[in-house]
Design a protein around this ligand. Structure first.
Ligand SMILES: O=C(O)CCC(=O)C(=O)O
Ligand SMILES: [Fe+2]
Length: 314
């Protein structure tokens, strides 16, 4: 029985009814100090983790070698002229969004919002970028487990995607346990459709689709209400949209619930070469494994793995 004359009990708690990572616990700051004192992390790690816990993201400046990015950009250029069977894109065509095999010329077709999917499955230079040591070091600290990359989007141009939380669209067996990285593959210019986000929006009240679900499901018509709540939460807290204007090689890492999107493209001649990648701990898995099937999990390095959604023609 609770005794009001003794110290009140303090049970660590997650914000979400779906749990999360240790960084989502309300004692995360104490856990960071504990890890630091125990020698599990260094002061630089602690600073990044404190920032991540409070703001829902971190920026790792110069996390990816210039040479690795150049190699990746060159491979993409070469591949785009004669795309292999595995090259799959998502794009806006004939009035709707859909997935299909990549065609030569897709790189230039910026009006179609072309996203090249899961390029890490067939391009070593992509893996070098998405598993850059500084990026994976940080994600391993947050997961405390091996890392499974499971969805990447390569953008030639800005996505202009409405501001959203990935928990709504990226389905993981443990819905809150994942993060994403976004690597600038060139110096990003103002007006190119920069990545935009609401700082600390991972702390906004959670929206439950159908009253019970973190992700939007087929036939659910609550997306408008969801977007309205997201912007209202920002307004109520006086939080404004912030644009990310990185240099080539800078990496932005966001937590599953950080609200982000692609801002409007003001200058259509500008490119916004970048790759976004989602990662979950290896003991969890992307839900597409159930719905459409996943490729085998492949080890890419020390504690880093990848898999992909099976594409129709594979
Ligand atoms: O790069 C962007 O504009 C948004 C990407 C995004 O939302 C994602 O990959 O989850
Ligand atoms: Fe997203």
């Amino acid at each position: 029985m609770f005794d009001p004359y003794r110290d009140p009990v303090q049970v660590p708690q997650f914000r979400s009814s779906f749990g999360g990572l240790w960084t989502d616990l309300n004692n995360a700051v104490e856990l960071i100090e504990g890890k630091l004192e125990l020698g599990m992390i260094n002061e630089e790690d602690a600073q990044l983790l404190r920032f991540f816990v409070e703001n829902g993201y971190v920026v790792l400046r110069g996390a990816v070698d210039e040479e690795a990015i150049d190699e990746f950009n060159e491979d993409i250029e070469r591949m785009a002229k004669d795309p292999p069977l595995e090259a799959w894109v998502s794009c806006f065509e004939d009035g709707h969004w859909g997935g299909r095999q990549m065609k030569a010329g897709d790189v230039e077709a910026a009006d179609k919002g072309v996203k090249l999917l899961d390029v890490y499955t067939y391009m070593q230079s992509a893996r070098r970028v998405i598993f850059a040591p500084a990026t994976t070091r940080f994600i391993k600290l947050v997961f405390e487990r091996p890392v499974l990359a499971h969805q990447s989007l390569f953008f030639f141009k800005g996505s202009q995607q409405p501001i959203h939380q990935d928990t709504v669209f990226v389905r993981v067996s443990s819905p809150m346990e994942f993060v994403a990285s976004w690597t600038a593959l060139e110096d990003i210019q103002p007006g190119s459709g920069e990545l935009v986000y609401y700082p600390s929006s991972h702390q906004f009240p959670e929206f439950l689709f159908g009253g019970q679900c973190r992700w939007v499901f087929p036939g659910c018509n609550e997306l408008d209400r969801y977007y309205a709540q997201l912007h209202a939460s920002a307004q109520a807290r006086n939080i404004s949209k912030t644009k990310f204007l990185p240099q080539k090689g800078d990496v932005f890492i966001w937590s599953a619930d950080l609200a982000h999107g692609g801002s409007e493209i003001e200058d259509p001649t500008k490119t916004r070469r970048s790759i976004a990648t989602h990662y979950c701990p290896l003991n969890t898995y992307p839900m597409y494994r159930h719905y459409v099937g996943a490729t085998d999990v492949v080890k890419a390095g020390e504690g880093v793995y990848y898999c992909s959604e099976k594409k129709a023609k594979w």
